[in-house]
Design a protein around this ligand. Structure first.
Ligand SMILES: Nc1ncnc2c1ncn2[C@@H]1O[C@H](COP(=O)(O)OP(=O)(O)O)[C@@H](O)[C@H]1O
Ligand SMILES: O=P(O)(O)OC[C@H]1O[C@](O)(COP(=O)(O)O)[C@@H](O)[C@@H]1O
Ligand SMILES: [Mg+2]
Length: 433
């Protein structure tokens, strides 16, 4: 939290255009209170960690803006894995551009960054409020998404050919690293194109993003899966329900789901090591749980226990490590263990990952996406660039992309969230020798 913000790449130039948004709610009805450029949010809410070097700029509409709305051509791209709420953000961006600023040239780039590359031959999608009217009721992204294809130089070539003035990049850490590279290439070419990111990742693994959109829906859907696993487990002799949830390097979905249901007995996350064997190992502790209650529920984040598995060493097109399947591994090991010790047990394995991330957003996420999208437009119209919109310390703020991607947001195994999880599951704090 002690980095200085690099303000040099966050603003395109002076704001000389009067915003078309009416000023006062009271006077004009339907207007907005403008945010002035000297409104900041403290990055930390504890006195001990306070550091005024890295104040976060408050998001929102500025009275004077950089772009003339009549001249703006805005592009939107969604990249990476699906996440509930992508369509809500697209809808909010389009509607704010169109209705609040009067921007009528809005282009959707298809299938992530690959949509910029000529070899994919993907026609762009013209966007307006009528096209996006009902899309928030659907999961996925109406623009499609992809991994890979982040050829920065050729993406900026394509942006120049399209005469884009603004690009909204909706995506996770990979997408925003790509957006930062695009911002730098734009600066190198002396172009006046704003790049504003809206952070998407159900894993919730970006820094300075209190909660990424889609996370709330993901937990809600994961709770349904855990409740199913619990019902199955309770209805069998020494039943075990095993649920694998997404979370490559950060176990937030697993941790929050475990707390939300109170039915989970073992929550396994990438940040907290565990072993199978030994007095403190999962198998022994599971036996003890079955002795006491005759059913058990285990939630495992996909990135947990990777040290127990053989890594393939492969990466996906975006460069993310391909994980070995911890869910199937645990299913086999637990089943084999009970067979070996001659104890009757029944394990039911549920992997709801893609069902969860392809869901439409719940109302909490829809509301959040609407506000992120609107603030992203205000940021872009005021000439901010290389920034993400985030909710932090209860305010919408601009976070320089390099700050957000500098460090993965992870569950602190010594922190209060994890402490509450292990108090709820009653699993041992240390599940290895
Ligand atoms: N370090 C990087 N620099 C530039 N582009 C990147 C980088 N990492 C990922 N990308 C691109 O960002 C896009 C999305 O990345 P990915 O990791 O798949 O998803 P997410 O954005 O959800 O983390 C892909 O097109 C990928 O090629
Ligand atoms: O099967 P895929 O598309 O590689 O996606 C798997 C990954 O995508 C996610 O759902 C989202 O990851 P990103 O936010 O980095 O795109 C992860 O939780 C999961 O590990
Ligand atoms: Mg990612």
């Amino acid at each position: 939290m002690n980095q200085k913000i690099d303000f040099t790449i966050t603003k395109l130039g002076k704001n000389t255009v009067k915003s078309p948004i009416p000023y006062s709610v009271e006077k004009d009805k339907g207007g907005a209170r403008f945010v002035s450029d000297d409104e900041f949010i403290l990055p930390s809410n504890t006195l001990k960690e306070q550091n005024t070097d890295s104040l976060l700029e408050k998001a929102g509409p500025r009275e004077m803006i950089y772009f003339n709305p009549n001249h703006v051509h805005a592009g939107i791209v969604t990249c990476g894995g699906l996440c509930p709420g992508l369509n809500d953000v697209i809808r909010a961006v389009v509607r704010t551009l169109w209705y609040r600023y009067g921007v009528q040239r809005i282009t959707g780039v298809r299938m992530g960054y690959k949509g910029f590359l000529p070899e994919y031959n993907l026609p762009v999608k013209e966007l307006n409020p009528y096209i996006v009217d009902h899309i928030h009721n659907m999961g996925g992204s109406i623009l499609g998404s992809s991994r890979g294809g982040s050829d920065t130089v050729r993406i900026v070539d394509a942006m120049e050919r399209m005469n884009l003035n603004i690009l909204f990049t909706i995506g996770g850490d990979g997408t925003q690293r790509g957006a930062l590279a695009i911002t730098k290439e734009i600066k190198k070419r002396n172009l006046n194109i704003a790049v504003i990111g809206v952070p998407k990742t159900i894993d919730n693994d970006l820094s300075f993003i209190h909660k990424s959109f889609g996370f709330d829906t993901a937990v809600e859907r994961a709770v349904e899966a855990v409740n199913t696993a619990h019902t199955e487990a309770k209805s069998a002799i020494d039943g075990v329900g095993l649920v694998k949830l997404m979370g490559r390097e950060s176990g937030f979905i697993a941790a929050h789901t475990s707390l939300a249901t109170s039915e989970v007995n073992f929550c396994l996350i990438p940040e907290a090591e565990f072993s199978l064997e030994g007095e403190n190992g999962l198998l022994k502790k599971l036996e003890e749980r079955l002795d006491a209650r005759h059913h058990a529920v285990i939630v495992v984040a996909e990135g947990a226990g990777q040290n127990l598995l053989e890594a393939s060493g492969e990466t996906d097109e975006s460069g993310n490590k391909r994980l070995a399947d911890i869910g199937l591994f645990l299913k086999e090991k637990i089943t084999a263990h009970f067979k070996k010790i001659g104890r009757e047990s029944s394990l039911k394995y549920i992997d709801p990952g893609y069902m969860i991330r392809a869901s439409a957003a719940n109302p909490v996420d829809s509301l959040y996406c609407a506000r992120l999208g609107a603030n992203a437009v205000h940021a872009a119209m005021s000439g901010r660039t290389g920034m993400l919109i985030s909710q932090w310390n209860n305010a919408f703020v601009h976070v320089p992309i390099d700050m957000a991607v500098s460090k993965k947001n992870c569950v602190d195994p010594e922190g209060s969230l994890w402490r509450d999880v292990i108090e709820s599951t009653r699993q041992p704090a240390r599940m290895h020798d």
